[in-house]
Design a protein around this ligand. Structure first.
Ligand SMILES: *[C@@H]1O[C@H](CO)[C@@H](O)[C@H](O)[C@H]1NC(C)=O
Ligand SMILES: *[C@@H]1O[C@H](CO)[C@@H](O)[C@H](O)[C@H]1NC(C)=O
Length: 776
């Protein structure tokens, strides 16, 4: 172990505030603590008493007799909300996802967790682990994309990071809230296998791997029953089958009946029946719970259990002693947080196009920076306006910005170093843009599209985007500039895919997502080559009509009512790239796509089935002239006995920094859970014992040059590398079909009993412990 890593391990242990205590230990302490609670006190612990006029968006009253200080709950995934500029305005979660870097995701969780901790906030209302079903869905930037495995991996790192700081992570929204329109009056009708393998999948990981202490139910119904009152989901599946030991709270005013308590919801947030000060103290829960117990409708055990679950989560998090007092305005906007936001911002830039290596900027004298999105932002409450550069979407998932670095300032500052002149047009005005662009060596057009949460409508978009077009005439602006400047680069700030009719007219495109307050620095770092872009798309990018699903825009129904918009999840397992594979549709950019200023080759793919899962190794080589980070990705085809299944599933990745010319071996374990499918008849996950898995490796869902097969029963394996090294250049999206053919020709299987023996001997104990799943 290198000295520096010893030091950082020590530092990590030191800052880690949560004592390493098990659920069993927390349970014993909580039972003892709860033993003398009155029913009134138990009800107070589970019913919020806040009308959003206090500093926390949710609060639980103190119990002085017990020395219980009460609880503070606060949004959200982009950091502490309502901090009046004292807290970091982090990048959107979708940007964290685009880094494909577990280390960075963990660091973001730790840094955010620490900001909540210092403010005495018990529950961070994050992360969001929804699945991006439809690109127009308003809150996709608050989560991690379209793939259940990947969303689970991101959420796991963030939850571990937050909880390492002694703050409870509230994983949300459980489950099936995949659009904003009528979210509180819609039912997501999800086929059983898709429910388990797509929508519950990230929660399964967060419960088992990350031990999330809290989960938030969603606004919508699943199969006609609102999730907050859905006994099957909350009690039978989450608590009984998944073994969740923590507590479940409602989304804000997202419980519509007292029945929610009986169904297994443990905390009512924020407590009142509906939004607004008049409803404080008038709760569906509160004293009504006692009335229902008295009438024999609810059991005493349910109340004991709900209170116990809250207190147990607090003991587990180490919050029952020495937790800081609530103070929302502690200054935590530190140099370290700012640097981390900038790093994630830079590393999350996805280079979508770079013809003739137009980027990084070099050998130019004059740059034109064009578009209102390059300019300083005007901040409106909860980001309810898109005026200036777009750093985050709108709604409860956003933060109060102290500042945002605008791209124009950052580019101007950086250009000075190289004696480059910067001219600009800070409006979305085609004529003015073309005018400044025509004499420049290079023109960079900043464009945007925004989305957010449904309680705010921005430019006609009630949360969900009305369409995937750029806002404010972005396409016209790009056309005008590209028609006068052949070196035009487009930078897009948006939550997800946008239409790109300009793609063939420009040389470069960078998708910058929503990078948070260091936005300008993060894009300048990549444009000038100070950082080599290594971001990858956590979703498929295509025209709207090519996706399997879409947002439904319906007239508003009252929240929690009987009349619901029906969302049939007819696509089942075929979300995102799985649909594009099944239908043979070529996306504009595949899941995982992202270019670099260097090139990578993948080789030497081998896969061995061992007791703890599939051990995959491959070699990644930097074949270009500059250092850069590669993201090797593993996809699996399941044995034929698994019917009606996606042809390939994303199951593993790593991020590897490589000097020019350097090679590294990458080891990836696909654990037994990820080698299993949900058998609807057996009502459990099953790992196939016959047939073979095909292992694909490469740089994105449509660039998988390597392939090998491995027998499901692990008795023997084929480790033949099939195709040679294929350059990860931008044309390689087309290569997948050709490679697949090659692969089929030469996929000889190598029977080797020696390998099987080795496999049995060499089970890695730690990996086994870490991934010891009960398959149910
Ligand atoms: C939920 O609805 C879907 C779609 O109608 C159906 O396939 C599925 O079986 C239902 N699940 C349950 C548990 O009823
Ligand atoms: C509820 O809101 C009103 C103002 O709208 C405020 O006076 C009151 O203190 C609030 N109650 C609580 C418990 O925060």
């Amino acid at each position: 172990m290198k000295f520096s890593s010893v030091l950082s391990t020590v530092a990590l242990l030191f800052i880690s505030k949560s004592l390493a205590i098990t659920w069993e230990e927390a349970d014993a302490k909580a039972r003892e603590w709860c033993a003398d609670l009155t029913n009134e006190e138990k009800i107070s612990i589970i019913t919020g008493r806040e009308n959003m006029t206090g500093v926390c968006v949710g609060s639980i009253d103190p119990i002085e007799r017990k020395g219980f200080k009460g609880l503070c709950l606060q949004d959200g995934p982009a950091g502490v909300r309502f901090g009046k500029g004292t807290a970091t305005s982090w990048q959107a979660s979708i940007n964290s996802a685009a880094t494909f870097d577990r280390t960075l995701l963990r660091k973001v969780g730790e840094a955010q967790g620490n900001e909540f901790y210092q403010r005495g906030i018990n529950f961070a209302l994050a992360p969001s682990v929804g699945i991006q079903r439809a690109p127009a869905s308003g809150r996709i930037w608050e989560s991690y994309g379209e793939d259940p495995f990947y969303v689970g991996e991101c959420g796991t790192e963030v939850v571990k990071g937050i909880q390492s700081q002694g703050v409870i992570a509230t994983s949300k929204h459980f489950v099936g809230n995949d659009q904003e329109n009528n979210r509180g009056a819609s039912t997501s009708n999800i086929p059983e296998q898709a429910l388990w393998e797509v929508y519950l999948a990230p929660f399964y990981r967060l419960v088992n791997d990350a031990e999330t202490n809290a989960i938030m139910s969603s606004y919508n119904a699943v199969n006609g029953t609102y999730t907050s009152e859905n006994k099957r989901l909350l009690t039978d599946i989450l608590k009984d089958k998944m073994g969740f030991q923590g507590m479940v709270m409602s989304d804000w005013w997202g419980l519509y009946r007292i029945d929610s308590f009986g169904a297994g919801l443990d905390m009512n947030m924020p407590g009142g029946k509906y939004w607004g000060p008049d409803y404080v103290g008038d709760s569906f829960w509160g004293e009504h719970i006692q009335e229902y117990i008295d009438q024999g409708i609810f059991t005493q055990e349910r109340l004991d259990d709900a209170a116990l679950r809250v207190i147990r989560a607090l003991f587990k998090a180490g919050q029952m002693e020495n937790f800081p007092e609530v103070n929302l305005y502690v200054d935590t906007l530190t140099e370290e947080n700012i640097a981390l936001n900038r790093k994630v911002g830079a590393d999350s830039n996805v280079l979508l196009k770079n013809d003739e290596s137009v980027l990084p900027i070099k050998g130019v004298k004059k740059i034109a920076v064009i578009g209102k999105d390059s300019m300083p932002a005007n901040f409106c409450e909860d980001m309810r306006c898109a005026d200036g550069t777009l750093a985050l979407g709108w709604g409860s998932g956003t933060t109060d910005f102290k500042y945002v670095i605008d791209p124009l300032s950052a580019i101007t500052e950086r250009a000075k170093k190289d004696n480059i002149e910067v001219v600009s047009s800070g409006e979305d005005n085609s004529e003015a843009g073309a005018e400044v662009a025509k004499d420049a060596d290079l023109a960079i057009v900043f464009v945007q599209a925004d989305s957010g949460e449904e309680y705010i409508t921005v430019e006609g978009n009630a949360g969900d985007r009305l369409n995937l077009d750029l806002w404010h005439g972005g396409n016209e602006l790009i056309d005008a500039v590209a028609s006068v400047n052949k070196n035009t680069i487009v930078v897009i700030h948006a939550p997800g895919p946008v239409n790109v009719p300009f793609l063939d007219k420009v040389k470069g495109v960078v998708f910058a997502g929503m990078p948070g307050q260091e936005s300008g620095h993060a894009i300048a770092d990549v444009l000038f080559g100070d950082v080599n872009p290594s971001g990858h798309l956590p979703y498929t990018w295509a025209p709207r009509e090519d996706y399997p699903t879409d947002v439904k825009y319906e007239p508003e129904y009252p929240d929690g009512g009987e009349k619901m918009t029906v969302y049939d999840y007819n696509e089942g397992l075929f979300v995102g790239y799985r649909w594009f594979d099944k239908q043979g549709i070529e996306p504009t950019f595949a899941f995982g796509y992202g270019l670099s200023y260097t090139t990578f080759e993948y080789s030497n793919l081998e896969a061995v089935m061992e007791e703890d899962g599939l051990h995959v190794t491959l070699t990644v080589t930097n074949t270009g002239d500059v250092a850069g980070a590669a993201v090797p990705m593993i996809f699996l085809s399941f044995p034929d006995i698994v019917k009606d299944y996606p042809s390939r599933l994303f199951k593993g990745f790593d991020k590897v920094m490589l000097e020019a010319g350097e090679s590294k071996q990458v080891n990836i374990i696909v654990d037994n859970h990820d080698l299993s499918y949900y058998d609807v008849d057996a009502e459990k996950f099953v790992k196939p014992e016959e047939g073979e898995y095909t292992v694909f490796a490469g740089s994105n869902a449509r660039d998988l040059p390597l392939k090998t097969t491995v027998l499901a029963n692990g008795e023997c394996n084929s480790d033949e590398e099939v195709s040679g090294n294929v350059e990860n250049d931008e044309d390689s999206v087309d290569e997948v079909d050709a490679e697949t053919e090659n692969a089929e020709d030469s996929a000889d299987e190598v029977d080797s009993e020696v390998d099987a023996e080795n496999a049995e001997d060499s089970v890695d104990e730690t990996a086994l412990k870490k991934r010891a799943y009960k398959l149910y």
